[in-house]
Design a protein around this ligand. Structure first.
Ligand SMILES: NC(=O)c1ccc[n+]([C@@H]2O[C@H](COP(=O)([O-])OP(=O)(O)OC[C@H]3O[C@@H](n4cnc5c(N)ncnc54)[C@H](OP(=O)(O)O)[C@@H]3O)[C@@H](O)[C@H]2O)c1
Length: 213
């Protein structure tokens, strides 16, 4: 059984944990303040979850989710994530994260920054354009008419394959907007951001996005 390490235990980290545990995965989850501060969440998540430090969650995960405010991305431990698929949920909110000039100028992507920080990992964009609470409420079985679709993007095809399978297990179609240099199409303030879309609508919204919002 795959263990998913989750670095970040806020809105998205806790919801991804609930969703993947529901799909049968084990979870090791971390925040910035230490495992003891996650006792309540881990009690709610049950026996398939435990709390750890960020490095331990990275080490324990066969696959790792990074879901922290973007300003903290350079604090993510590099070595424990080496060689692993790393799901990046992060978005750029300059009001929260401070200005990152390469993003402001449209010369970089949010997930590209994490890939640069984790050069030996296989970074893949996931869950960045869905409101956290909807991860456990908006899924539906494959083939459901108007099924919600979510975008993914990576420079590593096996990482896209993993996210495509995971989305399906959680009730979502996947639309691949690889490579990472194209992933700005699903970043904040683009047409595909956060709104509910089926596959055709998401594909159309990705196609009509502008490089700078
Ligand atoms: N909220 C949404 O609906 C949503 C949807 C899609 C994408 N996103 C994006 O996903 C990311 C996470 O969003 P969120 O709403 O879940 O944020 P959040 O509720 O503020 O939670 C952030 C989590 O990251 C942890 N953290 C911060 N710095 C860390 C570090 N250096 N090492 C380990 N953990 C650290 C925090 O731990 P402490 O509390 O201990 O500091 C907290 O558990 C953001 O980039 C956000 O823009 C959010």
């Amino acid at each position: 059984m795959t263990t998913i390490g989750i670095i970040g235990a806020g809105n998205i980290g806790s919801q991804v944990a609930r969703a993947v545990i529901g799909a049968g995965y084990d979870v090791v989850i971390a925040n910035s303040r230490g495992p003891e501060t996650l006792a309540e969440l881990v009690a709610e998540l049950g026996p398939k979850a435990r709390a750890a430090t960020a490095a331990e969650a990275g080490e324990a995960g066969d696959v790792v989710v990074v879901t922290v405010p973007l300003k903290a991305y350079s604090e993510i431990p590099v070595e424990p994530l080496a060689g692993k698929i790393v799901l990046d949920t992060n978005n750029y909110y300059w009001e929260r994260d401070g200005h990152i000039e390469a993003l402001d100028r449209g010369e970089a992507t949010v997930s590209g920054l994490l890939q640069e920080h984790l050069p030996t990992s296989k970074v893949v964009k996931a869950f960045n354009h869905i409101v956290a609470a909807q991860i456990t409420t908006d899924g539906s079985p494959a083939g459901t008419p108007d099924r919600r679709a979510l975008a993914t993007s990576s420079d590593h095809p096996e990482a896209v394959e993993f996210v495509t399978r995971l989305y399906d297990e959680l009730g979502f179609d996947a639309v691949d907007v690889s490579p990472l240099s194209e992933s700005w199409r699903v970043e904040r303030d683009r047409p595909a951001y956060v709104t509910r879309q089926n596959r055709a609508e998401l594909e159309a919204n990705l196609a009509r996005a502008n490089r700078l919002p």
